[in-house]
Design a protein. Structure first.
Length: 65
C-alpha cells in the first residue's frame, strides 16, 4: 500500500508506536542510526566552526602529499 516515515522524539513515543503497529498487525522495519552519537556531535561542531569561518584551507597540490 504505502510507506510512512515516522520520527518519534523520544523512547516513549517509539515504544508506543511499536506497540500500536504490533496490535494492528502492521509490519514495520526499524532502521538503526548508522552513526554513533559521538560522531554526529563532532559533525555538528565542524559545521558550526565552518559557519563561523574557523577553517583551514589546503591547496590541491598539498592535499596529495
Amino acid at each position: 500500500m504505502g510507506t510512512l516515515i515516522v520520527h518519534p522524539e523520544n523512547k516513549e513515543q517509539l515504544s508506543a508506536l511499536k506497540a500500536f503497529m504490533k496490535a494492528f498487525n502492521i509490519s514495520f522495519e526499524e532502521a538503526k542510526q548508522p552513526y554513533t552519537t559521538d560522531f554526529t556531535e563532532k559533525m555538528k561542531l565542524s559545521k558550526q566552526q565552518a559557519s563561523e569561518g574557523k577553517t583551514v584551507k589546503i591547496s590541491l597540490d598539498d592535499i596529495w602529499k
